[in-house]
Design a protein around this ligand. Structure first.
Ligand code: GCO
Length: 483
């Protein structure tokens, strides 16, 4: 009954990030990024791997576009590596023509194959030189002009063909994983013994503030200097897993779940789409540890995204904590659990510890965002790992018939279509995370999210399509309305 639930011009395809797939980390003039640095630091990556080669998407972009085309996609979301375009990153540093050439080739290849590019400017890989010069995003005054110059170079070089821009991918994950958990680059954290450098009680909030403000200036620049001629759209992509009460009859848990959503989602959503400021629950708990927007910043940030870009993977049961919040708490003083008060599970396990399949959570999340912000939603990431995909080539039939992933997409795409058709949520895109297995950040090559299995031992990183690639295509053929 959900046949034709999605609008005829619904965009769907795969999403990737440069640092996870490209390889060629120091080839053709590319500079070092903070992820190159972290990958080369002993003890930081689970399987001691690096992304020096990754899937070699830099070398095989033509083959990849052809494979994507065979998967039936309408669009492809990828990110630009800042350090490939401006190796040292700064506003007065030289542009690397080879970097521009690579992305021009990729964009042209996509367009020649009828695939619409969605381009992310920043997917976590800031040039190492900017980190070394002034501490990267901890220094908003120095960082912002560098980011704006980088964005300007990209709009000038690619904006005649790229009409869908994303400034930042998951600003909250960048700041929390890089400055609180410390497992992601730049790896600063006082929450971990490994690295006592940063102050986790303030830095993630400072860094995210820089992301929001520089995003807003970037959008202003695009709208004033480029949009009149290029006529594209621009948005930010936020992460957001859903939180639902552990005991849905307990007012304290109901409040805690709402607080958790505010700390995770409204942290960015409210400034951009609702108030120009952080949620009151965050101010109440964090006080002056949460930066304040100047009047000018607040005005700029509010309304600074054409659409709601959303990545989501899972849902947690949330219980209130009786104890007062710790200074290093970033989640709203709650506990996030796998089962609720009735003993129900939040879903079957994948291969990744935090990830569980629960399509009902996605539907609640979409409704929550829609009701709070009333902005059309572009789903820019959603996907899963599956157990037992870590083997040497050739992969078994079982692996290529990735049952868990197929069930995941079946559930989530039907939940999405239900949210559109039955709840009236305006959703305009869906990008599967991800096209091929890739370098899953600090997890290295041990987590496989792709609909294409990669043989990392072969020099050409041989690609093996999984069945989920076909199933996703069939699901969209069913769910998208004909013109
Ligand atoms: C994200 C990350 C992806 C991850 C994915 C799975 O934007 O969350 O962009 O790079 O690989 O989330 O963990």
């Amino acid at each position: 009954h959900l046949k034709g639930a999605l609008r005829p011009d619904f965009s769907w395809g795969y999403a990737t990030a440069a640092a996870q797939i490209e390889g060629a980390w120091n080839v053709d003039g590319k500079g070092e990024s903070i992820w190159d640095r972290l990958g080369h630091t002993p003890g930081k990556i689970k399987d001691s791997s690096t992304a020096d080669d990754a899937t070699r998407a830099y070398d095989f972009y033509k083959e990849d576009v052809a494979l994507m085309k065979s998967y039936g996609v309408r669009a492809y979301r990828f990110s630009l590596a800042w350090s490939r375009i401006i190796p040292l990153g700064g506003k007065d540093d030289p542009v690397n023509p080879k970097g521009i050439e690579f992305y021009n080739n990729l964009i042209n290849e996509l367009i020649a194959n009828g695939i619409v590019p969605f381009v992310t400017l920043f997917h976590w890989d800031i040039p190492q030189a900017l980190e070394d010069r002034y501490g990267g995003m901890l220094n908003k005054e120095k960082y912002t002009p560098d980011f704006l110059r980088y964005a300007r170079v990209c709009f000038e070089a690619f904006g005649d063909r790229v009409k869908n821009w994303i400034t930042y991918n998951e600003p909250g994950v960048y700041s929390l994983a890089g400055y609180a958990a410390g497992v992601h680059a730049p790896g600063r954290s006082s929450n971990r013994e490994l690295n006592e450098e940063g102050d986790s009680s303030t830095e993630p909030f400072i860094v995210s503030h820089t992301e929001l403000v520089s995003h807003a200036y970037c959008v202003k620049m695009y709208r004033e200097d480029f949009k009149p001629t290029q006529k594209g759209t621009i948005m930010i992509t936020l992460h957001g897993n859903y939180s639902t009460p552990w005991d849905d009859t307990d007012p304290l848990d109901i409040e805690a779940a709402q607080r958790a959503r505010e700390f995770e989602i409204a942290w960015f959503g409210d400034p951009v789409y609702k108030t120009g400021d952080y949620p009151a629950s965050m101010r109440a708990q964090l006080g002056d540890r949460l930066p304040r927007f100047t009047e000018e910043e607040s005005k700029l940030v509010l309304g600074s995204s054409d659409f709601y870009g959303m990545n989501s993977y899972t849902t947690f049961f949330v219980k209130h904590k009786k104890t007062p919040p710790e200074p290093k708490d970033h989640v709203g003083n709650v506990e996030k659990l796998d089962t609720n008060s009735k003993g129900e599970s939040r879903g079957p396990e994948s291969d990744t510890y935090w990830l569980r399949t629960n399509p009902w959570g996605l539907r609640q999340l979409l409704n929550w965002i829609w009701n709070r912000y009333k902005v059309p939603i572009f789903m820019t990431e959603n996907g899963t790992t599956a157990k037992g995909e870590h083997v040497d080539a050739p992969p078994s039939e079982d692996i290529l018939n990735d049952k868990h992933r197929i069930e995941f997409f079946n559930g989530y795409l039907n939940a999405l279509a239900g949210a559109v058709k039955e709840d009236g949520v305006d959703i305009r895109s869906y990008f599967v995370w991800t096209f091929t297995d890739n370098w899953e950040w600090a997890a290295g090559y041990t987590d496989r999210f792709g609909v294409t299995w990669i043989d990392y031992n072969s020099p050409e990183k041989k690609r093996y399509p999984k069945k989920s690639a076909t199933v996703v295509r069939e699901l969209f053929e069913h769910l998208i309305a004909k013109e």
